[in-house]
Design a protein. Structure first.
Length: 315
């Protein structure tokens, strides 16, 4: 087996010593193996890891297994997933060192630290896991279309424009302005979608649409109780368009793990969305704008390393 470690340096920020210690621990473990075959690589910008991984895989013997380790947060996990998808003999290990590590939470409360142990990651077996095919990309956690994605996309634009030298108070003010203006923007909270979920038509005005593969997102939020990444289905939540204040209340209720009364929940294998104007789409950690998008489950699309024989924990 070949082991490819892809490190996202930005998640360590001013903790270079921590990254150096991690790299040393990888080297110490594999140099003690009879036939060490490992690489430690660094991803410096979005999607950089995809090319890195594919170059490594090109050097692997036919029928040999390659285990790719996503060391960082949700950003590097997304890139590593898209780097291995549709390639034969690939496995995905998640080592959560980022600010947000959504997917790993499904293995159980307080279990994330176990996935930072290099020996455990290298020696553990995998569990078969579904993924979401989103156009030419793949996601493992979930996708959001509409209000929250629009707000998040605009927040990222504000942060990028202002840079790191602007005070948190000033940046926070513009984030607040963005949230308020988005909430009262009918194009966002009452967007018209042409929607086909499997064979059923759900077209209408919605403030937000979620396509969920796993129950968690963000640092501590619940995307959907009962969602499972190994059931061969996607969970879909449609937020029917209501007024601005009801929209805020429904989203807050949803963030508390409850399904608001203006929501429709269904399970499906394939969801197709069309819009006359570009939609705001977030797939795991990447943003897209498009007028047409298909979301489709790929049952057993990836083998995910589960340390200590852990299994997915439903909520």
């Amino acid at each position: 087996m070949k082991h490819v470690f892809v490190v996202d340096p930005k998640v360590f920020r001013d903790q270079q010593w921590k990254m150096d210690g991690l790299v040393d621990s990888i080297g110490q473990y594999f140099r003690n193996q009879e036939k060490p075959d490992f690489s430690i690589l660094f991803s410096h910008y979005p999607r950089d890891a995809i090319g890195i991984i594919q170059k490594q895989v090109a050097q692997v013997e036919p029928f040999e297994t390659t285990r790719v380790y996503a060391i960082g947060g949700d950003d590097i996990l997304f890139d590593c997933l898209n780097g291995i998808t549709e390639l034969p003999g690939m496995e995905l290990a998640v080592s959560p060192h980022g600010d947000t590590n959504s997917f790993i939470r499904i293995f159980g409360e307080g279990k994330a630290e176990l996935f930072k142990n290099i020996v455990s990651l290298a020696e553990s077996d995998t569990v078969t896991t579904d993924i979401i095919k989103v156009g030419n990309n793949c996601a493992i956690n979930g996708c959001s279309i509409g209000a929250n994605s629009a707000k998040a996309m605009k927040k990222r634009e504000i942060r990028d424009r202002m840079g790191h030298g602007i005070s948190r108070l000033f940046t926070g003010f513009w984030f607040f302005v963005n949230n308020v203006s988005s909430t009262f923007n009918k194009e966002i909270i009452a967007h018209h979608y042409h929607i086909t979920i499997d064979d059923a038509d759900h077209s209408g005005n919605y403030s937000q649409i979620l396509v969920v593969n796993s129950p968690y997102f963000g640092r501590n939020k619940v995307a959907l109780k009962g969602a499972a990444p190994d059931d061969g289905l996607l969970d879909v939540i449609l937020f029917k368009s209501v007024g601005p204040f009801r929209t805020l209340r429904s989203i807050k209720r949803y963030f508390r793990g409850k399904i608001p009364s203006n929501c429709i929940r269904v399970q499906a294998k394939k969801i197709h969305l069309k819009s006359d104007t570009p939609m705001w789409i977030k797939t795991d950690s990447e943003f897209l704008r498009d007028t047409s998008m298909t979301f489709e489950v790929v049952p057993g699309g990836v083998q995910v390393v589960a340390v200590n024989n852990l299994t997915y924990q439903g909520i």
